[in-house]
Design a protein around this ligand. Sequence first.
Ligand SMILES: [Zn+2]
Ligand SMILES: [Zn+2]
Length: 237
Amino acid sequence: MKLTILGNNGPYPASGGACSGYLLESDSGNTTILIDCGTGVLANLMGAGALDRLDAVVLSHLHFDHMSDMLPMQYAIQFHPRKHPLPVYAPKTPEMTRALLDCGCYDLWPCEDVTIGEMRVSFNPARHPVETKAVSVVCDGARFVFTGDSNTDPLLELFCEDADLLLADAGLSEADWKPTAPHFSAALCGKLAKDTHAKRLLLTHFNPKYDPADLLNEAKQHFAKAECAKIGEVYYI
Ligand SMILES: [Zn+2]
Ligand SMILES: [Zn+2]
């Protein structure tokens, strides 16, 4: 699989940045999905020329930094008509936010395990203030796991086991983290990768108030090969 980072900030974008957005393509190029579509992601999706070939969008949850660009995407689709509405897999709540997606351009589905083209997509609850799913994609003999926004959780840890690439929510520094927080710390992302035997760890969901280099150093205390997800960068899984 080929992973392209379209956004790596949260809960708001840095100057020139973009919030959560990850483009995943099969090696054959026949299956393309977008995971999350936060602020600034649509511009980068257009830059990647990928709107027309999207087979589906998967939204980990309906906080705005993960879905707001789904609103103007409906206008983009009006100028790039599709044969069928774009399938969108999203949590059912908060209902008011989900209702914003009910615009005729999208074919709305719940986050239940599904095969999309060559990809087997599965979900596991994350620990976050609204209904949130971690996402696993198996394709081309490899497994990609995205934690969604989450704090530590034993079942989530099981779900992450043996990922070829683990993309993890480093929304907090170690100093700002607490057990009831809505996000992992970068250090805990490193620990998660180590404990679940990930082959590769990418940190994401960078709050612009932090220097990503500091978060990377925290993660490296537990997982020496940790990397920061960079917008525009392509990772082969
Ligand atoms: Zn977020
Ligand atoms: Zn969130």
